[in-house]
Design a protein around this ligand. Structure first.
Ligand code: ZN
Length: 139
């Protein structure tokens, strides 16, 4: 006696699947539609993250007027910097974390102060290249 006479359905249109047990979609059309949707969701998410990273980099670049520029966390927040997105973190010997957005890095130091510099300056400043690569960390 057969048990579990389950009906499998096409994940795109919901039609019952008839035929081979490894069949996932009812038609090639449904398979293509479904994959296109998945890809476009991923593309949307990647586009959103890339836009945030680009905006963060642009804001930092505008503030970077000296070798090392100073700002405040509040000022960066008001300008629209999203602190949850960066491309890399680097920690110096004192435990200060430098957050990079591509080629520009910033560090939160003493209370509200933020130091902004090019990554090259940051690496020179801290004297080592030990980086933890956390691509687009989202909290
Ligand atoms: Zn279908």
């Amino acid at each position: 006696m057969k048990k579990n006479l389950e009906t499998r359905c096409c994940p795109e249109c919901g039609e019952s699947l008839i035929g081979r047990s490894d069949k996932i979609y009812c038609t090639d059309h449904c398979r293509n539609q479904h994959n296109n949707k998945l890809n476009s969701d991923q593309n949307n998410m990647m586009r959103t993250i890339n836009n945030i990273l680009r905006k963060n980099r642009r804001l930092l670049d505008q503030l970077l007027v000296d070798e090392i520029s100073k700002s405040t966390k509040q000022n960066l927040a008001e300008l629209g910097l999203n602190f949850n997105y960066y491309t890399q973190t680097t920690i110096d010997r004192k435990g200060i974390v430098y957050y990079s957005c591509y080629d520009i890095a910033y560090a939160l130091v003493e209370r509200d102060m933020v130091l902004i510099m090019h990554r090259n300056s940051m690496i020179e400043r801290i004297g080592h290249k030990k980086t933890a690569t956390n691509l687009a960390l989202v909290s």
